[in-house]
Write a protein that binds this ligand. Structure first.
Ligand code: F3S
Length: 406
């Protein structure tokens, strides 16, 4: 791998041990993937900061790094965590303290403690063709597909390595030739709700593998629907990028989006929509005691909609409703009165938190309802809670009645 003089100095330890260790990690990765060189990144989004992901050894690793003087060299946001730093949700104290230790370490390294999987809702928006090192699979899909910036699927350590060194290996989706579509997905049904986009993502991921799907026939989607689609593609499969005609900057037409004249195609119609909506749901008992929305974290529009639908309603006593967002969006929603309306109905608007990376199972929940395909995909395994999947209206009806109506 070709390295500049500065990169060689970083690698030989002249810039200190943390930089040496991270540079070594990136060079090793680059050699594995056949990168010829490293390239500068404009920003990083550090992922893998939850106690569930890091464990005891990971927490000590982060603290050692901070103690040894590791500092980020590019604007670096951080991903969601397993707690809400501002309110007691009843989670175990030891777990909460461990999570706070991780946050202190990343803050000491100079990260912005955004604690969200949607940093683009907080003003961190990479430009077209910019190279970035973001973790969090749903954010990676958004960056590549909606913004047209260039980002590989990264793990937690590699995002921090890029944050500190300001570099990433030049391979994969950083190269134009690797950003061509490999599978045409023709959408022949109306997508009415965020959960329909989640179902489209799960269906497509089942066929695309780690390839790049190209969507045709989707009526102009909202930003939130695109976020839902990306999260589902990344979690049900290992898609890191899609093209959507009229959305993806590189997808001027089908020919530009698809790499060659030979490609597979699939059709997503009414039958597939119904099949995948049902497939994602693993709920068993119609009684619901936990409803979680905001995966990925809610936008202001979503909080406005939830507040409108809950206005004057009351969540059933034995049901917990968590509406997840980040500190920035929550504060704006608080000022606009949406948080008050949701909380008057009996819900809680959280910040920082990701249910999947938290431990809601410790609170005894037996049956979850969500409109997020990603949460429905992970919660049954990670949190051991069977999960109903449906529209926002279905989830709020379940919160109010305590029953799931399919
Ligand atoms: Fe974000 Fe956690 Fe969902 S990372 S996308 S809230 S599973």
């Amino acid at each position: 791998m070709q390295l500049s003089d500065q990169e060689k100095a970083m690698l030989d330890g002249s810039w200190g041990e943390p930089v040496r260790m991270f540079m070594n990690m990136l060079v090793t990765l680059g050699n594995i993937y056949g990168a010829e060189r490293l390239i500068p990144v404009q920003s990083a989004h550090a992922s893998g900061l939850s106690v569930r992901t890091m464990g005891k050894a990971g927490i000590e690793w982060a603290e050692d790094l901070a103690r040894d003087g590791a500092k980020v060299s590019v604007p670096t946001t951080v991903n969601v965590i397993g707690i809400d730093r501002t309110r007691d949700l009843g989670l175990k104290r030891e777990w909460t303290e461990q999570q706070k230790r991780i946050m202190r370490a990343y803050e000491a390294m100079g990260c912005y403690i955004t604690s969200s999987c949607v940093p683009y809702y907080q003003g961190f928006i990479p430009r077209f063709r910019e190279h970035t090192a973001w973790g969090e699979s749903s954010a990676v899909v958004f960056v590549n597909s909606v913004l047209g910036a260039r980002n590989n699927r990264e793990g937690g350590p590699s995002t921090l390595a890029s944050a500190v060194t300001g570099r990433t290996p030049y391979y994969g989706l950083h190269l134009s030739e690797n950003r061509k579509g490999s599978l045409l997905c023709i959408v022949e049904t109306k997508l009415a709700d965020l959960s329909d986009f989640g179902a489209l993502g799960a269906f497509t991921a089942a066929h695309a593998g780690s390839g790049i799907p190209v969507f045709e026939g989707v009526a102009p989607p909202s930003l939130e629907n695109l976020v839902s689609l990306g999260a589902s593609l990344a979690s049900s499969g290992s898609v890191a990028m899609y093209h959507m005609l009229g959305v993806t900057p590189e997808a001027l037409d089908a020919r530009a989006a698809l790499g060659s004249s030979t490609y597979d195609s699939i059709v997503f119609g009414e039958r597939e929509l119904a099949e995948y909506r049902a497939k994602i749901s693993t709920g068993v008992e119609p009684d619901v005691d936990f409803v979680a929305l905001g995966c990925p974290h809610c936008s202001l529009n979503q909080l406005a909609e939830i507040a409108r639908l809950l206005d004057g309603k009351r969540i059933k006593d034995r049901v917990t409703l968590w509406v997840q967002t980040n500190v920035s969006v929550r504060e704006l929603a608080r000022q606009l009165g949406y948080v008050k309306t949701i909380e008057q109905a009996g819900g809680v608007v959280t910040q920082d938190l990701c249910v999947v990376l938290s431990r809601p199972e410790d609170l005894g929940f037996k049956s979850l309802a969500t409109n997020s395909a990603k949460m429905a995909f992970y919660a049954p395994g990670s949190n051991k809670i069977p999960t109903w999947y449906g529209s926002l209206q279905q989830c709020l009806d379940a919160a109010v009645s305590g029953r799931w109506h399919g």
